[in-house]
Design a protein around this ligand. Structure first.
Ligand SMILES: Cc1cc(C)cc(S(N)(=O)=O)c1
Ligand SMILES: [Zn+2]
Length: 261
């Protein structure tokens, strides 16, 4: 799929795209995590998500991913604790996935690529709105959850995947109500965290990443459902929406902390 290949350009350098950032090693985009290099930080508290199911609004296909959108006009669905200060509002969640089960995640842990990666995007209301928060180092917190393909079905993914039929092509959006995305979390709350950027341009350095160690397991059929989306609009030639992930960047001196030993 052309667009996914073209958009596989990684985020490098300073946010203005200058080479300077690259020379300083401030690589952006998702990182390669080496668990033995992550520093266990016993001072890292647990994180908590308190989401209002009523905040869920719609689910859409924007040609690059499938996204669920939430009401973030007040502290209705928030993330607290972990490496962040205060309560960050849940704005949207989306996925990245591959054309086969052996790749698709944006982060890679000890060389392991997962079939997909869920991103739950939260922003810090102290900055007033989402857009200004993108210019702040403490603007955004993204919880990343790996998806692994196994024999068992992830029941909690069913609601989202049932909507794939109605958002098959780019530009389709449909109401998606009464959904608490915390049901997608794995059992363990263990996480890695680092200060980084979005994985796709514009790669603002505004993200505190909270990457969960334990993947959730989805079935082959469930992965196939995700891969059944199209990048094209309904009037354009068919382009499967797959491989909407970006290559990982070397950590280059960035410190990754672990909440666990
Ligand atoms: C460009 C961009 C925007 C948003 C809100 C989130 C991301 S990601 N994939 O880093 O979660 C990328
Ligand atoms: Zn993402």
């Amino acid at each position: 799929c052309q667009e996914a290949v073209q958009s596989a350009a990684v985020c490098r350098g300073a946010s203005d795209g200058s080479a300077a950032g690259a020379e300083l090693g401030f690589r952006k985009g998702a990182q390669r995590i080496r668990s033995e290099e992550a520093q266990h930080d016993p001072a890292l508290p647990p994180w908590f998500a308190s989401y209002d199911p009523g905040a869920a609004k719609s689910i859409l296909n924007n040609g690059r991913t499938c996204r669920v959108v939430f009401d973030d006009t007040f502290d209705r669905s928030v993330l607290r604790g972990g490496p962040i200060q205060g309560a960050y509002r849940l704005r949207q969640l989306h996925f990245h996935w591959g054309s086969s089960d052996d790749h698709g995640s944006e982060h890679v842990v000890d060389g392991v690529k997962y079939a997909a990666e869920l991103h739950m995007v939260h922003w810090n209301p102290k900055h007033g709105n989402f857009a200004p928060a993108l210019k702040q180092r403490d603007g955004v917190a993204i919880v990343g959850v790996f998806l692994k393909v196994g024999k068992t079905l992830k029941r909690e993914m069913k609601r989202i995947l049932e909507e794939m039929e109605s958002i098959k092509t780019k530009g389709k959006e449909t109401p998606f109500l009464h959904f608490d995305p915390s049901i997608l979390f794995p059992k363990s709350r263990d996480y890695w965290t680092y200060e980084g950027s979005f994985t796709t341009p514009p790669c603002e350095e505004c993200v505190t990443w909270i990457l969960l160690r334990e993947p959730i397991v989805v079935s082959p059929d469930q992965m196939a459902k995700l891969r059944s989306l199209s990048m094209n609009t309904e009037n354009e030639p068919f382009h499967p929406l797959v491989d909407n992930w970006r290559p990982q960047q070397p950590l280059k001196g960035r410190v990754v902390r672990a909440s666990f030993k």
